[in-house]
Design a protein around this ligand. Structure first.
Ligand SMILES: *Cc1c(COP(=O)(O)O)cnc(C)c1O
Length: 396
């Protein structure tokens, strides 16, 4: 593509497309061609591209101040922390710059709580699940229950144990004397849009109580209204000790957050963890505007309604399509499970100027803006379904 493409490491498989402008659910490429975005930059731009409220707040902040470091109070950071704790089960927030860093902070907090507060330094193991995704740092790729992200990176840090997802009995077996926490997603995003079974989540919470373990919920993809509640754990009637956020929190500005309950506060004393950029004026300005818009416009409710509509529309239009095995999801995080790899289908959809993304090899993932118009949504779903129908017809 651009002249500088060879100056980058080739660690991404990129489509031959580059966008230069975005507004709402529309993107425009270098040639002025318009695309309809049903993937939101990987479930990030939940309010659409360049949403007015966030843009205005950012512009004001750009004029005022960008960065001072965490050696000083940052009023925006405190304001966003309060917005998060007022609207969740959490009591204290640590800000960072990405999802992996938020999970890294959660892992560190869990270990340090057992080590320093409970005086149990030998209880450091965290149980995670097959097909989970928790990030790309050494600790979080080790926490991730997929071999492909670990290839070539040994030696990996100790202290992670894996169990099959949605299997309460296997989880019980995995708990041992070294276990300190159980960490999971309410809907496995990268792993294939796999919602957790309510009975399983209830059992996870029960086992945590029974064994004195911390419940860590990775809400990096599911949080900030995406699933039809502000945080996906609300669907399940459980309260995590720690939950992590990133993707949707800043509408595209880099920000991550780790939110914990009161009893964990003292595990992080001054100097125990930190980040130079974490929670700086610009990223937290974006976070405040995003949260305020989500709350004022009750966008989680809209995500619940539109999500139901998407699932019922897809079920109707794809009924009898032999390529489609299942349509599943929660709110506006939806997967179309297919009998074959979906890479070519996604390219064919892209050729019709609609953007979707895979979740694992055989699942097409839809994560549209929570503010997408019904008209745009219908048009996008038409394109997705007609490409799947054509492909099914061609395969006969
Ligand atoms: C994207 C994602 C991460 C990693 O976030 P980064 O910002 O890419 O580090 C972690 N957990 C889940 C569930 C995610 O979807």
């Amino acid at each position: 593509m651009g002249e500088g493409a060879n100056s980058l490491f080739p660690n991404y498989g990129r489509y031959p497309l580059a966008f230069v402008k975005g507004e709402g659910s529309r993107l425009w490429d270098e040639n002025g061609k318009e695309y309809l975005d049903l993937m939101c930059g990987l479930a990030v731009t939940n309010l659409g591209h360049a949403p007015k409220q966030v843009k205005e707040r950012l512009k004001d902040q750009v004029d005022q101040l960008w960065h001072t470091s965490n050696l000083f109070h940052i009023p925006n950071q405190e304001k966003l922390a309060k917005l998060l704790t007022d609207n969740s089960c959490g009591d204290a927030v640590f800000f960072c710059n990405s999802g992996a860093e938020a999970n890294e902070a959660a892992i560190k907090l869990a270990r340090r709580y057992f080590n320093k507060v409970l005086g149990k330094p030998d209880q450091y193991e965290i149980i995670t699940f097959h097909l989970s995704f928790h990030g790309r740092t050494l600790a979080t790729l080790t926490a991730t229950g997929q071999d492909k992200v670990k290839d070539g990176f040994a030696p990996l840090p100790e202290g992670f144990v894996y169990a099959p997802y949605n299997d309460s009995e296997a989880l019980e077996q995995a708990i041992g004397p070294k276990t300190c926490a159980i960490m999971l997603e309410m809907v496995q995003g990268e792993g294939g849009v796999n919602p957790a079974d309510p009975a399983f989540v209830a059992r996870v919470a029960e086992l945590c109580k029974q064994h004195g373990l911390l419940l860590i919920i990775d809400e990096i993809q599911t949080g900030i209204g995406r699933t039809g509640k502000m945080f996906a754990y609300e669907h399940y009637g459980v309260e995590p000790d720690i939950f992590t956020l990133a993707k949707g929190l800043g509408s595209g500005m880099p920000i991550g957050a780790m939110v914990g309950k009161e009893h964990l506060r003292s595990a992080f004393s001054a100097g125990s963890h930190g980040s130079t950029f974490g929670g700086n004026y610009l990223s937290t300005a974006a976070g405040i505007a995003t949260m305020e818009t989500m709350l004022a416009e009750k966008l989680s409710d809209r995500a619940a309604e539109l999500g139901d509509y998407i699932v019922s529309t897809l079920k109707e239009k794809l009924a009898g399509n032999p390529l489609v095995t299942e349509i599943r999801g929660l709110g506006m995080l939806i997967g179309i499970g297919c009998t074959q790899p979906v890479a070519d289908l996604i390219t064919a959809i892209q050729e019709q100027a609609v953007l979707v993304v895979s979740a694992g090899p055989n699942v097409i993932r839809l994560a549209p803006s929570l503010l997408i118009s019904k008209e745009d949504l219908d048009r996008g779903l038409d394109v997705v379904c007609s490409v799947l129908s054509k492909q099914a017809a061609a395969a006969v």
